[in-house]
Ligand binder design. Structure first.
Ligand code: TNX
Length: 679
């Protein structure tokens, strides 16, 4: 399908912001699938093979044991802290993730008090005290995985790390063969900032519940703990308010470009809130006030100063609408909306917008904000708003949060709000906006704040970015996604990945871990996970992606051409590929060793083709560059020497030469081996 919408009208915005230069073409449904992704082959610095250090966001402390990994086995269980429903819920979530791809039963049973049982324990005691309210300690030995935390939030964050320590196939929606190894060692980890958020604008283009849920599932993987939903704007009102029903039914009836729009019923909104809560994510609802209100003004004539309702709006200009600050009715309206919204929202914040109120004078803006902020606090919530609420005419409201979205590294409104006690969420538009294009070639997105490649999104420090705003005043970071050009679920994925993980790392990881060269390797290793999860991500050429296009010369490496420590190449059983196969000579310690040159570092899938004519299992150890990738991997009898089967495992390769060795572990030797295939 191809859809070409008219050019965006010129937008008004504060003069210090770069304006949209000329027209931006909306290539809404041009289909990301047709983007030609070119990835220059380039030499990557070498790195360790399998490691505990591939986690995004980077953990505070990682100590690999170098010992035998833990391999999740079919008889493993999940053992949450006895007597804790929140811990049991985290256990159920983990089981849900792991059962899909392993096919294992993974029964859940309360943790006992003795040695950890085989499987994953989720304990609310015994963690390093440094982990605090959101952190965790993860210990992996050959026998078990144990996650310890002080809260269920901490356990949940530990579970996200565990997912990333398992092979990428763990994210598969269908059962895969494994093996499911977790590298041995200890991670002690906790966040730098309490708030790590992202925003989805469901007003410019409406996005249904299912899309929001899927987005929640994905952002949870990177320890994002707040999802800000921009629920109203000029183009649409997206949440039912019982006292003002036309807001949703009329104000929600269209969107940018004139599509059908949509809105959430209260039950649907609560479904989103509950779904997010199960993933330890708090929803922050935003009603943008007093500007960005055309949809409300169109729904109720009496909200307009002149008593006349404007038309619904489907363009992308900003700054032209305003509630009427001099009408008492306005405050009844706002209070009704905030009352119903607060009742739907267990989280601590109500976001009241406050940006681009260009049709409101500074005096009117002050009057309006000073009336509505106390409405928020009266409902037991804290005010959150775009940084314009830091205007001197606006009083400080206890616990309030200003969200910085400017382009500069100093801002008087923000420093003034901070000096009165406000905390700041950092969303600098030229770093953190997920709706900005990556490059001039990006098929969707805007560029008024610049183009944001992955490195640009990553290379800034939220704790020192704004002069006059010390790290102690920074609550955290948020990456907003405005949706003027973001129409489909695919667009959301493409603009979110890989930039949101970069912003998540800025919010979570200690600044001492900040290192672009290391980050790009860790980020690249996430690629295979996203591919398996079906995420259509932007394959930035700045990042050595671990898969997509395979990282090595993919292909077949015949055993008869490999290094053989003992044994012989034979051809006396049919069905082999190449000129023969290797007979391991019934000796323990005999090995076949291949050299695989990888263009870049990252995970690959290995397939070993073998036959094993007897009923005897001939287990082998597989090492990559001397590090165990699988220990005692079973090669069961295939019934006949001419019956060939393949064994699959995922390993990490380093850039350059890799040594992959399969060693027989019993006096029966290894099976006959035909080839190693790299995928
Ligand atoms: C500015 S950022 C806006 C939004 C637009 C966005 C587009 C902010 C607080 N306001 O109204 O959607 O730019 O990038």
């Amino acid at each position: 399908m191809s859809l070409v919408a008219p050019p965006f009208p010129a937008r008004r915005r504060p003069s210090r912001l770069a304006c949209l230069a000329g027209a931006v073409l909306l290539v809404a449904a041009a289909g990301l699938a047709v983007i030609a992704v070119t990835q220059p082959a380039r030499a990557q610095p070498a790195r360790l093979a399998v490691s505990m250090s591939e986690v995004v966001p980077a953990p505070v402390s990682v100590q690999p044991s170098g010992g035998t990994p833990y391999t999740l086995s079919p008889d493993a269980g999940i053992f949450p802290q006895a007597g804790s429903t929140p811990a049991a819920d985290v256990g159920a979530y983990l089981a849900g993730v792991l059962r899909r791809s392993t096919g294992y039963a993974l029964p859940i049973a309360p943790a006992g008090s003795g040695a950890p049982a085989r499987g994953v324990s989720l304990l609310l005691a015994g963690a390093d005290p440094a982990v605090g309210a959101q952190g965790y300690q993860l210990d992996v030995t050959a026998d078990a995985v144990v996650i310890r935390a002080q809260t269920a939030d901490g356990l949940f964050n530990g579970v996200q790390t565990l997912r990333q320590l398992l092979p990428p196939e763990i994210e598969s929606a269908v059962v895969r063969p494994g093996p499911w190894a977790v590298p041995g060692g200890r991670i002690v980890d906790y966040p730098r900032f309490a708030y790590r958020g992202t925003m989805l604008d469901v007003a410019r283009h409406f996005h249904p519940v299912a899309t929001v849920k899927q987005h929640i599932d994905r952002i949870a993987l990177y320890k994002i703990n707040y999802l800000h939903l921009h629920l109203s704007d000029d183009q649409g009102w997206r949440i039912v308010v019982d006292k003002w029903p036309r807001l949703a039914t009329y104000g929600g009836s269209t969107q940018v470009g004139g599509g059908p729009g949509g809105y959430y019923t209260k039950a649907q909104f609560q479904e989103i809130v509950a779904y997010a809560a199960q993933r330890h994510i708090t929803i922050i609802p935003e009603i943008d006030l007093p500007g960005h209100t055309n949809a409300a003004l169109a729904s109720y004539a009496e909200l307009n100063c002149n008593g006349v309702a404007p038309q619904l709006y489907t363009g992308t200009a900003v700054g032209f609408s305003s509630l009427c600050s001099s009408k008492e009715n306005t405050y009844t309206f706002v209070n009704d909306v905030l009352t119903e919204l607060a009742a739907l929202t267990p989280g601590p914040y109500l976001h009241i917008g406050g940006d681009e109120a260009d049709a409101t004078s500074p005096e009117q803006y002050g009057t309006f904000m000073n009336r509505i902020q106390p409405m928020v606090t009266a409902k037991g919530k804290s005010v959150m708003g775009w940084h314009q609420i830091g205007a001197s005419a606006v009083q400080h409201s206890p616990g309030r949060i200003v969200q910085y979205w400017g382009l500069n590294t100093s801002d008087a409104l923000v420093s003034s709000a901070v000096s009165k006690g406000a905390k700041v969420v950092m969303s600098p538009a030229n770093k953190a906006y997920l709706d900005m294009k990556y490059t001039a070639q990006s098929p969707v997105g805007q560029d008024w704040a610049g183009r944001i490649e992955v490195r640009t999104a990553y290379d800034w420090n939220p704790g020192t970015y704004l002069s006059g705003v010390p790290a102690s005043a920074v609550l955290g970071v948020e990456a907003p996604m405005w949706t003027e050009t973001i129409v489909t679920e695919d667009h959301i994925e493409y603009m979110t990945f890989p930039r949101l993980p970069a912003i998540a790392e800025l919010g979570w990881s200690p600044w001492s871990t900040h290192d672009w060269d290391a980050f790009r390797l860790r980020l690249g290793a996430q690629g295979p996970r996203w591919t398996i999860m079906g995420i259509d991500f932007y394959r930035s050429p700045q990042v050595p992606w671990g898969s997509g296009p395979p990282t090595t010369p993919a292909g077949r490496y015949e055993a008869e051409g490999a290094t053989i420590s003992r044994g012989v190449a034979e051809s006396n059983h049919a069905g082999f590929s190449g000129t023969g196969f290797v007979n391991y000579d019934n000796a323990a310690g005999a090995y076949v060793q291949w050299t695989v040159n990888a263009a870049q570092a990252g995970p690959v899938t290995l397939r070993l083709r073998y036959s094993n004519g007897t009923a005897v299992n001939r287990p082998m150890d597989i090492t990559v560059n001397g590090t165990p990738a699988a220990t005692g991997l079973a090669f069961a009898g295939t019934g006949a020497w001419a019956t060939w089967q393949t064994k699959t495992l995922t390993v990490n390769l380093r850039a350059g030469a890799n040594t992959i060795r399969a060693t027989a572990t019993t006096a029966d030797g290894g099976p006959n081996v035909d080839y190693l295939e790299v995928q």
